[in-house]
Structure formats: C-alpha cells, structure tokens
Design a protein around this ligand. Structure first.
Ligand SMILES: Cc1cc2nc3c(=O)[nH]c(=O)nc-3n(C[C@H](O)[C@H](O)[C@H](O)COP(=O)(O)O)c2cc1C
Length: 293
C-alpha cells in the first residue's frame, strides 16, 4: 500500500494526487485549532527540508464538520493523524473519530519534534487511545530515541496494531550571510533524503522487535527506496517531502518499485518483505549503537 506521509499532501487542494494513493493520511489533528508556529516555517537544506509548521490544523470540531465530509468523497481509505499535548487529548479525538465509518485508521502522532514530544509516554498514549476506539491504531514514532525497539515494543504492548516510521528529526539551518536561524522558531524537523538511512534502521529494528505491520517513510524518492524499506520490514510505504517537488511521485514510485522488485528477481512484494523475515538486519546491530565503526 502506498500512502502519503502526514502533513505532506493537502488532499482538498490536490484531490487527484490523493486519489493516486492507496490511502490518504491527514495532517495531524489536535483538540483545538492551531495556527502553528511563526514564519519562516520551511527551509531547504543540502540534504532535505526543514519544517516547523507546529501542527497548524483546524482542530477536531472543524475537522469533523468541514474537512471530513469532503475527504470522504475522495474515495480512498482515510487515515486520520491524531496529536496532542496530553494523553487525554489523544483519547478524546480517538473517541470522536470512532463513530465515523469513513475513517479507516488512526495514526497517533507521538513524535512531533516541534512541540514538547511525548515520546517517553508512547505506551500511555496508545493505551488511552486503545480504550476509546475499535479502529486500527498506528503509532507514529520518532527515530530520535536511544532505543526505538523499546518504544516500538511499548506501543505494541499497549495495543497498537501497527507502526509508522519515521517522523522527522530535529535540525537547524543558518542563514549563510547573517549566521542567524533560517526558521522563525529556530529549529525544525528534517525530512527528505537524509532520513533514508535513519528510516531503514528504525524499520529494521522495530520490525525485529515487534513483527508489527509497519508504514515505512523517510526520504523515499524512488521505487528502489521503497523496495529497501520493504526489504527491512515495511508492509506499506509513505511518500512525504518528495510530493512537494513531484506530485506525480505516487505513479512514478509505484512503477519504479514494480521494476526494481522484478530486477531483484521478486515475483511480488511479499517476496521482498520475506527478506526482512528471513534475514533480519537488526540482530546484533544494537550492540554497535553509539560506536563510530
Ligand atoms: C511540511 C511537513 C509537515 C509535516 N507534518 C506532519 C504532521 O502533521 N504529522 C506527522 O505525523 N508528521 C508530519 N510530517 C512528517 C512526515 O509525515 C514524515 O514523517 C517525514 O517528513 C519523513 O518523510 P519524508 O522524508 O518522505 O518527508 C511533516 C513533514 C513535513 C515535511
């Protein structure tokens, strides 16, 4: 399944791009409306994009009354990304989404680097959400933790049905001339090509730790990138930053993925995924975390 990464596609202004995916993931919705951070919110770097949008969104009330009815008409499965500042925020939104049959799944954004990240309370958030909804729950994790396998296992033990990996990692860009920060809020989340090795490691480790279905994302630009995520344990792949530069990326990546799989001698994606099952890459590698070799 090919999805968009949360916050990287506005389906209401680009419905055709959304329809070219197997499912649409909304921008993270919080209980109250948020204007987001002060500008400048986006900056290009040599290795990807820095953003500090700050979870700008209409809030759950307006999302349900204004956005969801339009999104439902797209005809693709809808995943709603849910965020908050406290455990109760997540539980409240999940409860309100539970009655909406047009919502196929919920992604719990427990990893935004631009707000106080509740990474250490992943288990608490997932458990609280689990009590309020029967919908499939995907926990979206930050790779910027000492042991992502441990966080993944905590999400699983608390009732997550799957994992979304990875969110952005914190970065800083300076204006070359003034040596002042390029972004208004100083630091932001780095996405794009630099994330690919980080995403591969996070997916490999989390798949090995849990066996849960995983949506792999982070720097995917080509079919080969997608195939690599599948080969380390991703069942699904999401496109993020690439969509800003190339709205045709879903069709292109799909075609390239098909070709890349065939080139590797795989009959289907299950064969590529089987590499992760039979030759897991994270065994022993955690011993090397922190070393320079
Ligand atoms: C402009 C922008 C906005 C984003 N907004 C969200 C968001 O609202 N919720 C979320 O979980 N992730 C958000 N992300 C992170 C992406 O969903 C994705 O995890 C990350 O960008 C890595 O994928 P990529 O390298 O393919 O972009 C955002 C990323 C960007 C670039």
């Amino acid at each position: 399944m090919l999805l968009n990464a949360s916050g990287c596609l506005d389906a209401l202004t680009a419905p055709d791009v959304a329809r070219s995916l197997d499912g649409f993931v909304t921008k993270t919705v919080t209980p109250l409306p948020r204007d987001g951070n002060e500008p400048v919110r986006i900056a290009e770097t040599d290795v990807g994009m820095l953003n500090s949008i700050g979870l700008a969104n209409p809030g759950i009330d307006r999302f349900l009354t204004r956005n969801l009815p339009h999104l439902a008409k797209l005809g693709v499965p809808l995943w709603v990304s849910v965020g908050g500042f406290e455990t109760d925020d997540y539980a409240e939104i999940c409860l309100r989404l539970d009655d909406h049959p047009e919502v196929a799944a919920i992604e719990l954004n427990v990893s935004c680097p631009n707000v106080e990240a509740p990474a250490d309370s992943t288990a608490q958030i997932v458990a609280a959400a689990r009590l309020t909804t029967r919908k499939p729950l995907w926990a979206k994790l930050s790779p910027a933790v000492p042991d992502i396998g441990e966080v993944a296992r905590a999400a699983q033990a608390s009732g997550a049905d799957g994992l979304s990996l990875v969110n952005t990692v914190r970065g800083l860009k300076l204006d070359e001339r003034t040596l002042r920060p390029a972004l208004g809020p100083v630091q932001g989340g780095l996405s794009g090509p630099a994330l690919k090795p980080i995403a591969l490691a996070a997916v490999a480790t989390s798949y090995h730790a849990t066996g849960l279905p995983i949506v792999g994302m982070g720097g995917v630009q080509s079919g080969q990138d997608a195939l690599e995520l599948i080969a380390v344990g991703a069942r699904h792949v999401a496109l993020g930053t690439v969509l800003f530069a190339d709205p045709d990326a879903p069709a292109r990546v799909r075609a390239e993925l098909h070709a890349a799989a065939a080139e590797h001698g795989f009959n289907n994606y299950d064969d590529a995924f089987a590499v992760a099952v039979h030759e897991p890459l994270s065994v022993g590698t955690t011993l090397d975390v922190g070393s320079n070799v």
